[in-house]
Design a protein around this ligand. Structure first.
Ligand code: NAG
Ligand code: NAG
Ligand code: NAG
Ligand code: NAG
Length: 507
């Protein structure tokens, strides 16, 4: 299916309004509009804008039935059917409900007015059980349970989408060939659930959807800040991430070759990004669902997925669901302030500069220099003081060391376990590195300085992320400014998950 209909529609519309144009004039006009639009940005007309929720084909195809699929955390809650609502949406298919509890609790804790929450999960019972447990419910912000609906059955909806079904086949070597099957090493990425977020605009009735990953922590009133956020006609707003460029994800050679033959996913040869365009992070995305549906973004993502499957998984790398989202949007998103997605927390590696700053070189000078680069994350490691953490609306634990992998007490003991950095850049606290380990770290990091390959081999001695963090105090969880001092970011997370809740979730 070709997705260039909007050009033809636009050209035809214009032609009809004026006196009939010659073939040559039409072609000129089309070329002009291509130039102006720099890519596949659809030309936007009123009649398309008024696409209503119910008459969109994909929405009808999704056969979403809220009565059947969703349940409120408070059984007595009134169902909401308000198109003007602000919905905070989460989607996850892991067993642990605690990360979601932390997101719900922290969002509500800071919100002046509670938003609606919609959680789409493969384990609705577990989350509902947790939220309804008396020892958990009593510690939740008042009214929250009335606002949280938990929805299951989404996987069944997703596998009905032909593109996602084909994608799943990629794990079957006898169906797609060994080479293609081998290209996606992490099989779980082929799970249709990774695409769940892209279907939310078709199943949730809302004026705005704030999609959040479950490894975030909300630290300020995101509802007030984003409820009336001006998207400037864009379908989504997200935070730009210049530590990664499109080339990391997209095989541009192949993309250009495919596009020479035909447009796909609404993408033409004149796309509005290039190999060195910064990506955006999909962990925090503000969506205008009506605009999203009108632009057909979900269908665009699906056709890109089909192209990906068809070319034997060579069109992109570094994830399966992130690249088509990047491609479908290109540069057409509103850029949210960096504070809405302070990411990089929980990283495993430390950089040479971090190591030196804390250990060898004048620490405060180094720290200040590092912090001045706030927010740009230019392919460099930064001190483990998360930049902007004290002003963050949303902290994002993108690294492997998720806060729930540390116990609450361990997360709090950072001052005695590791080197402590004060806001003025002084290092205090003892870092009791094991002698042998210390030698190992030194050597490995020295290799990196020599520009020798310094990938994960450095940490080969550690068989788990946690063992690395527990062993080497420098590779510790990042510090977040909190009050007038600093605290382990992970301990902030534990502040939103009561010990009782952690025990209930363990049952
Ligand atoms: C893999 O593909 C083959 C051939 O298309 C098919 O017969 C088989 O049932 C598939 N296996 C799975 C696990 O889907
Ligand atoms: C690539 O795109 C960026 C914007 O994303 C632009 O600033 C830059 O000039 C482009 N580079 C080339 C070579 O076109
Ligand atoms: C990791 O290493 C430790 C000691 O080095 C060992 O006791 C433990 O069993 C290992 N764990 C795994 C999962 O291999
Ligand atoms: C929710 O967060 C508040 C504030 O940090 C905390 O006191 C409370 O224990 C948390 N509730 C649960 C159920 O964890």
């Amino acid at each position: 299916m070709r997705h260039t209909w909007w050009w033809w529609a636009a050209a035809a519309g214009q032609a009809a309004a004026q006196k009939p144009l010659t073939k040559w004039q039409l072609r000129r006009q089309k070329q002009k509009s291509l130039k102006v639009k720099q890519g596949f940005a659809p030309s936007w007309t009123r009649s398309e804008a008024s696409n209503t929720y119910s008459n969109d084909a994909l929405t009808r195809d999704m056969t979403w039935n809220e009565e059947r699929h969703c349940e409120y955390a408070a059984p007595s809650a009134e169902r909401f059917h308000r198109r003007d609502s602000f919905v905070v949406a989460l989607a996850y298919d892991t067993p642990d409900p605690l990360p979601t509890l932390a997101v719900l609790n922290s969002t509500a804790h800071h919100a002046s007015t509670l938003p609606e929450f919609a959680v789409v999960t493969t384990r609705p019972r577990r989350l509902l059980g947790l939220l309804r447990h008396p020892r958990v419910a009593r510690d939740l912000p008042p009214g929250l349970a009335q606002k949280v609906r938990v929805c299951g059955g989404f996987t069944q909806l997703l596998v009905q989408r032909p593109a996602l079904a084909k994608l799943r086949l990629l794990s079957n070597a006898s169906a797609v060939g060994a080479a293609a099957a081998a290209r996606v090493r992490r099989r779980e990425l082929l799970s249709p659930f990774n695409f769940a977020a892209f279907y939310l605009p078709h199943v949730l009735e809302a004026k705005r959807i704030l999609y959040l990953d479950t490894d975030v922590l909300v630290q300020r009133d995101v509802v007030r800040a984003l409820e009336h956020y001006e998207l400037g006609g864009k379908a989504v707003a997200a935070v730009e991430d210049c530590s990664q460029k499109f080339e990391k994800y997209v095989n541009f050679q192949l993309l250009n070759r495919l596009l020479k033959r035909k447009a796909m996913g609404g993408l033409s040869r004149h796309y509005d990004f290039n190999a060195s365009t910064c990506v955006f992070n999909r962990g925090v995305v503000l969506i205008d669902p009506e605009r999203w549906r009108a632009l057909g973004l979900t269908l665009a993502i699906e056709s890109l997925v089909e192209a990906y499957v068809k070319c034997g998984a060579r069109l992109w790398r570094g994830g399966v669901s992130q690249p088509p989202f990047l491609l479908a949007l290109g540069g057409r998103y509103a850029k949210l302030d960096l504070r809405f997605n302070v990411r990089g927390l929980g990283r495993v590696d430390i950089g040479l500069s971090e190591f030196e700053a804390v250990n060898f070189v004048a620490p405060h000078k180094m720290l200040r220099k590092e912090l001045r680069r706030v927010g740009t994350f230019r392919q460099k490691f930064h001190l483990f003081v998360a930049p902007l953490a004290d002003e963050a609306f949303v902290l994002h634990f993108t690294g492997e060391l998720k806060p729930w992998r540390l116990s609450a007490s361990y997360a709090e003991q950072w001052t005695t376990h590791g080197a402590a950095l004060t806001p003025t850049g002084h290092v205090s606290g003892g870092c009791e590195l094991d002698q042998q380990l210390s030698g190992l770290m030194d050597r490995r990091i020295y290799y990196c300085r020599k520009r020798a390959p310094c990938g994960d081999a450095r940490f080969a001695r550690f068989n788990s992320t946690t063992s690395l963090f527990a062993s080497a105090c420098l590779a510790r969880f990042p510090l977040c400014a909190a009050g007038r001092g600093v605290a382990a970011c992970a301990s902030l997370w534990h502040g939103y998950v009561s010990p009782a809740a952690a025990r209930v979730a363990d049952l």
